[in-house]
Design a protein. Structure first.
Length: 157
């Protein structure tokens, strides 16, 4: 039996094609929501009064997504520019959605800095963008939040 070694949530790395060495504050909501069909009502009743049900996977309700919080650093607009590249021209973007999708990875490390878990993200684009509130009394650092949609997310390690 494999040794059970807990993985800390504070040791991770995120990268996308051309977007490496970023100050990522957090990764959250790696989410898949499955869609089921056929489970709403029984299909038939058989000899002995057995009821037959069928459930079929119908894929995802939505594409899988992940939310990243990235510290705002002077001069670094890479994630923001990626979002603009995928936005329609009618919305102020560049309208290059298909050619601007990126592949990426989320990697978690164990307490000895060895890669322990890896998720592979395929054909991603940024769906939503938010910047932290600015307040004269705040001691927080500025953060940009990006909801990233992927056509596929696989745990590969």
């Amino acid at each position: 039996m494999a040794e059970l070694v807990p993985i800390p949530t504070s040791r991770y790395y995120v990268e996308f094609d051309g977007l490496t060495d970023k100050l990522v504050k957090s990764v959250s909501e790696v989410t898949f929501t499955g869609q089921m069909a056929g489970h709403e009502k029984p299909l038939a009743s058989t000899k002995g009064g057995k009821t037959i049900w069928q459930s079929t996977s119908a894929g995802f309700e939505e594409n899988p997504n992940v939310t990243l919080e990235v510290y705002v650093t002077e001069g670094d607009m890479d994630f923001y520019n990626w979002m603009l590249a995928t936005m329609p021209k009618s919305e102020g973007g560049q309208g290059k959605w298909s050619s601007s999708r990126k592949n990426g990875a989320i990697v978690a490390y164990d307490s000895e800095d060895a890669e322990a878990i890896r998720w592979s993200l395929t054909n991603c684009w940024i769906k939503t963008y938010k910047v932290s509130d600015f307040n004269s009394e705040s001691k927080d650092l500025a953060v940009e939040t990006f909801e990233i949609i992927a056509e596929q997310i696989n745990r590969v390690k």
